[in-house]
Design a protein around this ligand. Structure first.
Ligand SMILES: [Zn+2]
Length: 297
């Protein structure tokens, strides 16, 4: 039986808060088993359906989550003009079965989770997302990727946004989380410099800035770095040569100070990067060389 509407709204917010905390500790992605065995207040509450791409819990009138395929036979796509994700209805009657609660999500303006799967068994969520309508052909729904767009597109309103704004939303809500997840997975949630293994203290750093704002950054232009080493790299206090060796700024090497300077930074001078096991995921040497020019040894 569905809960009353206040409890439904509360349950959604509880799920979102728990998922956010979970992602902080896991490097921004979850596995299928982790989502299927997710717990809320100690009780199991799956965030995905094991066999379908849509999760409609009995407690809720509207859909909780959908899994968007990036490379399936009919990949879900983002309309570059509107920034809306097009998500295909399940086969059959688009008003019945699993699709019915997707329609209720439109009517109730209920926030949902969109899981994207950039790699096998890696789920990267976008939430809150809002189902704002059905496509003209009635074969798919349109999903706004953030609260602002969800509000504006509500009730079938279709304003024309500036291209730059749409690109920024897509970049922030889709591309950056995928980049983080890919980098964290490739580096097994470990700082490439000091080998710290706390995802909540790790960033997915870029080697060179994204040339194409709308492009999806690739793992080979990324490094998993802890917060301090990311900041040191961005400030050119630390450089990485194309042969994967870490270099410290000369003046910094001569400084005398406490354990963070001594062990956290100076001891890293001359060590070799810990890179992904798969050659295809390792840092691109040309990008490292380009970036290393700015370090100035
Ligand atoms: Zn580190």
């Amino acid at each position: 039986m569905p809960l009353n509407s206040t409890d439904q709204a509360r349950l959604r917010l509880t799920v979102f808060a728990a998922l956010e905390r979970f992602l902080d500790l896991r490097g921004g992605f979850a596995t299928r088993d982790e989502l299927f065995n997710f717990t809320i207040d100690g009780a199991r509450f799956p965030l995905i359906d094991y066999t379908r791409g849509i999760r409609n819990p009995v407690e809720l009138d509207a859909t909780l989550s959908v899994v968007s395929s990036l490379d399936g036979p009919y990949p879900d796509r983002v309309d570059p003009a509107t920034g809306l994700l097009e998500y295909a209805f399940r086969e059959g009657d688009s008003f019945a079965g699993d699709n019915r609660k997707l329609r209720v999500a439109i009517d109730q303006h209920a926030p949902i989770i969109v899981f994207r799967k950039p790699m096998p068994n890696i789920y990267v969520p976008v939430f809150p997302a809002y189902v704002v309508g059905a496509g003209a052909d009635d074969r798919h729904v349109l999903i706004a990727l953030d609260e602002g767009m969800g509000q504006v597109y509500r009730n079938g309103v279709r304003p024309v946004f500036e291209k730059r704004y749409v690109e920024r939303v897509v970049q922030q809500r889709l591309h950056q989380p995928l980049f983080r997840a890919r980098v964290m997975a490739a580096y097994q949630k470990t700082c490439a410099i000091c080998r710290l293994k706390h995802p909540e203290l790790l960033d997915a750093a870029h080697i060179v800035a994204d040339a194409d704002e709308a492009g999806v950054p690739t793992v080979t232009n990324g490094l998993a770095l802890c917060k301090i080493h990311h900041a040191a790299y961005d400030q050119n206090l630390l450089g990485i040569s194309p042969d994967y060796v870490v270099h410290l700024d000369r003046a910094l090497l001569d400084e005398v100070d406490g354990p963070m300077l001594r062990h956290g930074l100076q001891d890293m001078h001359g060590i070799e990067l810990t890179v992904p096991a798969r050659p295809g995921e390792r840092p691109d040497r040309d990008s490292l060389a380009a970036r290393f020019e700015g370090f100035g040894v």
